[in-house]
Write a protein that binds this ligand. Structure first.
Ligand SMILES: [Zn+2]
Length: 203
């Protein structure tokens, strides 16, 4: 199911970007030349692509969780270093995330690409990184019906890197664990060790 853009939200975003262009003109930028011809519309579309409709996201997650496969495997399944995008609720500026997810299956596993898709879906919206971490951990434990879940997120926040404190090297790190990852320190440590190890690709 492809995520669709909402025409009414799009037109409200376009009005907002029209105002931003007026602000830029006031600061001496020539916002009436051809470079800016469809900028408000284009920017609105770009913004909408970072903030998906919550109802559609909910339906997409339901569909994704409905497609599981029976499995005998009951060890850790990890999807590591997924690059995802969202925006922060305080400044509406982009955040680049690197998300690692894990769960321990009970009797069913998700399809190969599903963990990456899930991370990307849930990240898209104006939400705190802390809440994103919580939401992903909950979905992979409670809703998937697993023995436990673990989430580790590094976030590069434009509101911190490009303005404000100018901390472009700083990454915000959050982690969330549920079930066996919460109860067993060794399982949690194994997960952290695997996700913080430098990425060495197989090909
Ligand atoms: Zn912010």
């Amino acid at each position: 199911m492809a995520i669709e853009l909402d025409p009414q939200a799009l037109s409200l975003f376009t009005e907002g970007y029209d105002k931003i262009l007026q602000g830029l003109a006031r600061l001496g930028y020539t916002t009436h030349d051809d470079n800016f011809k469809d900028t408000a519309k284009r920017a609105a579309k770009g913004f909408h692509e970072l903030v998906h409709d919550q109802n559609q996201v909910g339906a997409e997650v339901d569909a994704l969780l409905a497609k599981t496969f029976p499995a005998k495997y009951s060890e850790m399944v990890i999807s590591k270093h997924n690059t995802c995008f969202g925006i922060c609720p305080h400044h509406l500026l982009p955040v680049i995330y690197r998300i690692s997810l894990a769960y321990i299956p009970h009797d069913k596993v998700l399809g190969l690409s599903k963990l990456s898709r899930l991370a990307r879906m849930i990240a898209r919206g104006p939400k705190l990184q802390e809440d994103l971490t919580h939401d992903l951990a909950e979905i992979l434990h409670t809703r998937l019906g697993s023995h436990g879940s673990a989430v580790y997120i590094e976030g590069l926040h434009m509101c911190m890197a490009a303005r404000g404190v100018g901390a472009h090297e700083a990454r915000l790190i959050t982690s969330g664990v549920r079930g066996v990852f919460l109860d067993q320190a060794t399982t949690r440590q194994e997960f952290i060790k695997l996700v913080v190890a430098p990425q060495i690709t197989v090909v």
